[in-house]
Design a protein around this ligand. Structure first.
Ligand SMILES: [Zn+2]
Length: 129
């Protein structure tokens, strides 16, 4: 029964997400499974999903909402930078691997492997190596 609580919690936590409109300081909870992005009741703009483990500021606390928005945007930017860093890292890894295989004995298996790696490179980055 060790995981029972965790599984139960997971079910609860993934069912409802907080969606917000930063402009109107409007928040609502919506099922994550729903395919449509909820619209803000006030301005009809698409709302932003901020996850479920977040305490939404009170509507009247404009300052908190401003901080909330700033933090959220900062976090999203960080995430983007991080994923781009990882992409660059992956590209370097692939380039290194191609160089490594190029340096190996020229046999059928290595040629096949090299071909596959180069195809993967072209597919991923749209340029030949
Ligand atoms: Zn709005």
């Amino acid at each position: 029964m060790k995981f029972y609580e965790a599984i139960k919690m997971r079910k609860v936590s993934t069912s409802n997400y907080n969606w917000v409109c930063f402009e109107c300081c409007y928040a609502k909870r919506e099922n994550k499974q729903s395919k449509n992005i909820p619209l803000c009741q006030e301005c009809k703009a698409e709302m932003v999903c901020v996850g479920y483990k977040i305490e939404i500021p009170k509507r009247s606390s404009k300052r908190e909402w401003r901080d909330f928005k700033e933090c959220f945007l900062y976090y999203e930017a960080e995430k983007l930078v991080e994923s781009q860093k990882q992409e660059v890292q992956a590209k370097h890894e692939l380039e290194k691997e191609i160089r490594r295989v190029e340096g190996l004995v020229d046999n059928k298996m290595n040629r096949k492997n090299l071909k596959r790696l180069k195809e993967c490179y072209v597919e991923c980055y749209g340029i030949e190596i």
